[in-house]
Design a protein around this ligand. Structure first.
Ligand code: SAM
Length: 237
């Protein structure tokens, strides 16, 4: 039966694609790509020739029904984004929801995403966490940050390099300069780096060293009384 496959692609290191993802990309009738040039590059690297159809945030509302109808009519599709897992701060949700509503089978492959390695790498508790993705750039940003003031779970944010310093400054104001943070940049790439410390320390670091590349900011949850933010709870807590 034709279905929609959600296929994660590498976030930097081209080896980070699963054998099953490669099989699916080879087998489907067509691939929906956020940027057809980026995906063409990956497919060339994998030795796959396949029809690509553009599917991004500017056209997905207009094309989602047609895509779902095409799959329902018996043609299997794979959705990929430029990097990582579609649907995670990337197009995907709308198409998956439409397919689910129309009774079209959806199969999501596990694979690369920036949030999870950054979280595990942080050294903060990862038994419970919340993914905040990109904060709104202007309107609603302060309100969203305020809503997280009492959050006890580890929080994960995506941020552009141009706003990392501003973002850490805002975090200092909202969460206090002593809250612990872990900033991972260029995950899986040659210049991968993780900087950990208090918000004040990490802000100082990125004021002195211009932020370059792609960033994930992992913020420790609000410390429970008597503990440092980012410290794991005792077994019987
Ligand atoms: N779908 C992707 C995923 O599964 O992680 C996220 C796509 S979102 C448009 C791009 C953002 O993800 C970047 O701005 C950055 O915050 C984060 N990101 C992607 N690749 C990264 C990498 N190699 N290192 C650090 N952050 C990365």
């Amino acid at each position: 039966m034709a279905k929609l496959f959600i296929v994660p692609t590498p976030i930097g290191n081209l080896d980070d694609i699963t054998l099953r993802a490669v099989d699916v990309l080879r087998e489907v009738d067509f691939i929906l790509a956020e940027d057809t040039r980026t995906t063409s590059f990956l497919l060339r690297h994998l030795g796959i020739e396949k029809r690509l159809q553009s599917h991004h945030k500017f056209n997905e509302h207009a094309t989602v029904r047609l895509v779902a109808d095409t799959i329902a009519a018996g043609r299997s599709a794979a959705l990929v984004s430029d990097a990582g897992t579609p649907g995670i701060s990337d197009p995907g949700f709308l198409l998956v929801r439409t397919c689910v509503e129309q009774g079209i089978e959806v199969e999501t492959l596990p694979g690369a995403t920036a949030a999870i390695p950054a979280l595990v790498q942080s050294g903060f508790p990862c038994d419970r966490f919340c993914f905040e993705g990109f904060l709104p750039q202007k309107k609603g940003r302060a309100k969203q940050l305020q809503s997280l003031v009492d959050e006890e779970r580890t929080m994960i944010f995506y941020e552009s390099p141009y706003r990392v310093v501003k973002c850490l400054e805002q975090f200092c104001e909202v969460f206090g300069p002593e809250r612990r943070v872990s900033v991972s940049r260029e995950l899986t790439k040659k210049f991968e780096q993780t900087v950990r410390g208090t918000l004040a320390e990490v802000l100082e670091h990125f004021r002195a060293t211009e932020p370059k590349g792609e960033f994930v900011i992992v913020l420790a949850g609000r410390p429970k009384s008597g503990r440092r933010g980012g410290e794991p709870a005792p077994e019987n807590d």
